[in-house]
Design a protein around this ligand. Structure first.
Ligand code: MG
Length: 267
């Protein structure tokens, strides 16, 4: 009993630190985007209601004839993993018609660069639930490597609204939660208009529409900048860039990925 107050203080401090570091439900000290009433990952932002999709875990959709097939369940020749600035072979497990994230082995990036696009991607969260909130089935569709449509196991998994599946990470929750169960195959159809720059100046922001399992969840939303964690993103001028699938250290699977480059109609 030489230092009873010190031990008590230590316990209280440890509890406070743990509470402060547990952001499963969001944050109350992050900045806001200009004009937004919500903080980034705002813990009080309402979660979207659940809408059960018409079908989950269905067969893979065949790509249209004019699509760039990025991944067909087997062939990874259109993809690389970039580690320490060096592009190398895909570092994820490829088997049984899908590829699966291997934690801490980097993301997967397209060899080609893309601008305006229609993107179809099919993914599945781990069937065995591990972790909570952002640590449960987290990956991401990093459009142009920097604008994230979140991939997360959002089936009965409480997290902050702008970080759940089909959110534009840190900016917009989906209109509804159209998630399938863990382990079931799900689909995103994403329609993306790339930002336009003149020199360093942004002249048109990016816009995105997302359909999750056949349900409209993002309707031509204006992307406000890059999508960092717990802070406000900005734009920095760029041209066409590769697309990346994020490695967030959970074993998310992908089985189909194709992209159509969007062109204006010819009349
Ligand atoms: Mg993510």
């Amino acid at each position: 009993m030489r230092h009873p107050f010190s031990i008590l203080t230590l316990l209280i401090t440890s509890a406070a630190v743990c509470a402060a570091q547990n952001h499963d439900l969001g944050y109350d000290n992050t900045p806001s985007y200009p004009g937004s009433r919500w903080r980034v990952h705002d813990s009080s932002r309402p979660r979207p209601e659940m809408v059960t999709p018409g079908s989950c875990n269905g067969p893979s959709a065949k790509p249209p004839a004019d699509a760039d097939v990025i991944f067909d369940g087997k062939n990874t020749s259109q993809l690389v993993t970039i580690q320490k600035g060096q592009a190398g072979p895909v570092s994820w497990k490829v088997e049984n018609g899908y590829m699966e994230v291997i934690p801490r082995m980097g993301g997967v990036t397209t060899k080609e660069s893309f601008g305006d696009m229609q993107l179809h991607v099919e993914w599945a969260s781990p069937s065995v639930i591990q972790g909570t909130s952002q640590n449960r089935g987290n990956s991401g569709i990093m459009i142009m490597g920097q604008y994230e449509v979140q991939v997360l196991d959002s089936y009965d998994n409480l997290t902050y609204a702008d970080g759940q599946a089909a959110s534009i990470y840190g900016q917009y929750p989906p209109i509804v939660n159209a998630s399938c169960k863990p382990g079931e195959w799900q689909a995103y159809d994403i329609f993306f208009e790339a930002p336009k720059f003149e020199g360093d100046k942004l002249v048109k922001p990016a816009y995105v529409t997302v359909v999750h399992n056949g349900i409209l969840v993002q309707n031509h939303e204006q992307i406000l900048g890059t999508t960092p964690h717990a802070s406000v993103g900005t734009y920095k001028a760029h041209g066409e860039l590769p697309l990346e699938l994020q490695n967030h250290n959970t074993s998310v699977r992908y089985r189909s990925l194709w992209i159509r480059r969007l062109k204006p109609r010819n009349s």
